[in-house]
Design a protein around this ligand. Structure first.
Ligand code: GDG
Length: 479
């Protein structure tokens, strides 16, 4: 393939938007893994002769770039050891808990870090090969934080953007990281560093000032070599129209009715949908709900909580422990409080097609999203998009990025079980007029600001960055 140096826009992400799959007859092919990010970026990639660099999810190396449904995809292989050290280790065992308020204990291992460095180097090298002269490269998320600087060293002509999908922690937590300075310098290779919330951008700028000693002013960093780096908030969103259309389809409408009837046509259905992750606050939510059943506020004859927990990172110890904890808890609650055909909690440890997700959103009267910390939380926005009749109540954690925009939700502190119980009861008892008023306002928010707009805003801002500030700045050496 003669890809080298021809892409005007390059996306660099840990995962490609396709999975490597082997059929029953042994043929190997690709399956599209749809997600908001791909939906948003697809039109921009097509319009800009773009390419996507990422890991295809297998241990095969030496995969050649290929076209899938008109998208130019450039695979980067990971060995079994790299999956363990770079992906499950440094990305999900060190950075993920550290960036989420240390809700689980981050582990620091030097060999994980070394693997993170060498994998980031490989991604940067691949992007450097395919980007055209003066192209824009948009690097995604916490697995790739060294790529901006590595790429800049290889290709100073490029315009480089970075977006972090998860929270950027306060200095007090970030400074635990033995490689804090290297990560900050990695990010400073970008011209524009995007965060979900203004707080994340402010944490970053403050750390750069304190730990690297660069001069900063508001959202700008002034580097000694004359470059500037801008840090700003770009709250991500969903394909709102896509979800609305799916929710309005006949088959989803029929499936939503079927779900309600399979559950025994309860008066009210509560719903939780999360990756099975300790940041999502599943355990505390189940506790709050089950206490209300135990205390007689909700009756299993006419009320149920459906909890979908999508399997995630199952080879990481902390995730296996969480699964056992949730399994045990649900078993005990249903054993104590359920009746034949009437569990208190209908628990599903499985992933579903988007069609089924939309049907669940349509079937549920009250959506419960209570992460202990979450960059944004798209599930909350998807629920809102699917409530075509402007009904349905959203109970939302203050610690999800989405709480900044969805102010009309019933906002809760997920660490406060009694507070959550109060909010669940209020949402349950709320007047339909009040529910409609809140839902209409939230629907306007997700309609006005969808994922395409998010991508456009970021890329326009990246285009407008003026890399050279033209002033000489002294760097104050620290660390
Ligand atoms: C990270 C940040 C930030 C879930 N189960 C199934 C399924 N999903 C889809 C949902 C939603 C997405 O996955 C989950 O997104 P979230 O935002 O809720 O959470 P994370 O996975 O933790 O995402 C987060 C996000 O990045 C984007 O920047 O908002 O804060 O942690 O779209 O619908 N989809 C299907 N089947 C499932 O079983 N089809």
């Amino acid at each position: 393939m003669t890809d080298k140096g021809s892409a005007d826009l390059v996306i660099v992400a840990n995962r490609l938007p396709v999975d490597r799959v082997t059929d029953d007859d042994g043929t190997v092919g690709w399956r599209r893994s749809p997600g908001g990010l791909v939906t948003a970026l697809e039109p921009v990639l097509r319009a800009n002769d773009g390419a996507w660099v990422g890991w295809p999810g297998s241990t095969e190396c030496d995969l050649e770039p290929f076209q899938e449904d008109g998208l130019r995809l450039v695979p980067v292989g990971l060995s079994a050891q790299e999956i363990e050290e770079f992906y499950e280790g440094f990305s999900n065992g060190t950075l993920w808990p550290l960036y989420h308020d240390v809700v689980a204990k981050p582990e620091f291992h030097r060999e994980w870090w070394e693997s993170y460095v060498s994998v980031n180097q490989r991604f940067a090298a691949r992007a450097a090969e395919i980007a055209a002269e003066g192209a824009s490269v948009w690097v995604q998320d916490y697995q790739m934080q060294l790529v901006p600087q590595m790429l800049r060293e290889l290709r100073p002509d490029l315009r480089i953007g970075f977006f972090l999908h998860i929270p950027f922690p306060p200095a007090e937590l970030f400074q635990q990281l033995p490689w804090r300075r290297q990560i900050l310098e990695g990010l400073l290779g970008a011209d524009l560093v995007g965060f979900q919330l203004a707080g994340g951008a402010a944490n970053f700028v403050r750390l750069v000032r304190q730990r690297v000693g660069h001069k900063t002013h508001r959202d700008m960093v002034y580097l000694p070599d004359g470059r500037t780096v801008q840090a700003a908030a770009f709250p991500i969103s969903i394909d709102t129209v896509g979800f609305q259309k799916l929710a309005a389809s006949e088959s989803v409408t029929a499936r939503a009715a079927e779900i309600r009837s399979d559950l025994g046509n309860p008066r009210k259905i509560f719903l939780g949908i999360d990756r099975l992750d300790y940041t999502k606050g599943i355990y505390a939510r189940l506790r709050a709900y089950s206490e209300l059943v135990r205390e007689g506020y909700f009756d299993v004859e006419d009320t149920v909580l459906v909890q979908v927990a999508t399997p995630s990172r199952e080879r990481v110890g902390q995730y296996r422990a969480l699964r056992d904890e949730v399994d045990r808890f649900v078993g005990r609650v249903n054993g104590d409080l359920g009746r034949i055909g009437r569990p208190a909690i209908a628990y599903l440890h499985s992933s579903y097609p988007q069609h089924e997700m939309a049907a669940l959103y349509r079937a549920a009267d009250i959506m419960v999203v209570t992460p202990l910390r979450d960059g944004m939380n798209l599930v909350a926005k998807e629920y809102v998009a699917c409530r075509l009749e402007n009904d349905g109540a959203l109970v939302l954690s203050e610690f999800a990025g989405a709480a900044d925009e969805l102010r009309q939700a019933w906002l809760v502190n997920p660490y406060d079980i009694n507070g959550m119980k109060t909010a669940l009861r209020e949402a349950y008892d709320a007047d339909p007029k009040e529910i409609g008023r809140r839902m209409r306002a939230m629907r306007k928010t997700v309609r006005d600001y969808d994922v395409a707009r998010w991508a456009r805003r970021f890329l326009e801002e990246l285009d407008a960055t003026r890399p050279d500030h033209g002033r000489t700045v002294r760097s104050l050496e620290t660390d």
